[in-house]
Design a protein around this ligand. Structure first.
Ligand code: GTP
Ligand code: MG
Length: 273
């Protein structure tokens, strides 16, 4: 069983991503013939119910921090995922924990909250096989701030002696956005080299290539294979910008499975499911 952690800045789409994954079974008969997801525990099924609200009714999740007071409040989502490999099928099982974005953001300048250290310690224990790091911005200044945060994270990996045996899947999320969508096919070159070069350097300097890969995902996706308009509507709420799905019946997320497959097995998938 691959034991995975999902980290990244606030609002980068971590929980929505896992919710979409948990919701896959409900739509498996209609689409996504390349893979099948099965929710294995109650936490995951509850998350799938929330996903229905996002996907069918155009809702949005509340920030994870509101539900987390101690480390025991963190749900463990577990999935069995079956991927097609040519004519054969391969199964892998995952246990995933999703951290509130505050823990990532506050790494930049250090945090006085002891709970945050507890989270990091938990994230870097030996039985965790990989981290999915969701990044989401590329505007001016972001590269600096992400690279500072990741430097701190790598220091923490060092302290826990994980620099040589923890896989990092570094992801640009919400890649249906017009400026990013064409770069999804070669995310390392067309997204990270172009928009986040310092961040990439911090990672490649410290982590061996066998434990580091770059991905692009979009939980919302675009309207169709030949219709690259984002399947998304933006709304402004009290807490800033939120996005909701535009057409539920055309929902086709992009790239959800490949990073998880690699994190859990160490093997690359030959297509971007
Ligand atoms: N455009 C776009 N928006 C998305 C996507 N996935 C999630 N969002 C939106 O991003 C916002 C934040 O999503 P969350 O999943 O709550 O983000 P989070 O990373 O879990 O945030 P914290 O729990 O606060 O750390 C919501 O408005 C989502 O609807 C996506 O693929 N594309
Ligand atoms: Mg969240």
């Amino acid at each position: 069983m691959g034991n995975i952690r999902v980290i990244g800045p606030r609002s980068s789409g971590k929980t929505t991503y896992l919710a979409a994954l948990a919701y896959q079974p409900a739509r498996a008969s209609r689409k996504s013939k390349d893979f099948k997801v099965q929710a294995l525990n109650d936490d995951t099924r509850k998350l799938a119910d929330k996903a229905e609200n996002i996907i069918v009714e155009g809702g949005s999740l509340e920030p994870s921090i509101t539900q987390v007071r101690t480390i025991d409040d963190l749900a463990v989502y577990s999935f069995n995922i079956e991927v097609k490999k040519g004519f054969a099928k391969e199964n892998f099982t995952l246990a995933v924990r999703d951290y509130p974005g505050e823990i990532f953001d506050e790494l930049e300048y250090g945090s006085s909250n002891p709970l945050h250290q507890e989270f990091l310690d938990e994230c870097l224990t030996k039985d965790v096989s990989g981290c999915l790091i969701l990044l989401t911005e590329w505007k001016h200044g972001t590269d600096k701030s992400y690279s500072r945060v990741l430097k701190r994270f790598i220091d923490q990996m060092d302290k826990h002696e994980r620099t040589n045996d923890l896989r990092l899947a570094v992801v640009m999320s919400k890649c249906e956005r017009g400026e990013l969508w064409p770069g999804r096919l070669e995310p390392e070159i067309d997204l990270f080299d172009v928009h986040l070069p310092e961040t990439k350097k911090v990672l490649t300097d410290a982590i061996s290539r066998k434990n580091l890969n770059f991905y692009a995902i979009s939980t919302f996706g675009v309207l169709g294979r030949n219709d690259p308009r984002p399947n998304r509507i933006e709304e402004w709420g009290t807490d800033g910008k939120n996005s909701v799905l535009r057409q539920a019946n055309r929902w086709q997320p992009y790239g959800l499975i490949s990073p998880l497959y690699w994190l859990s097995t160490g093997k690359r998938m030959s297509y971007d499911a």
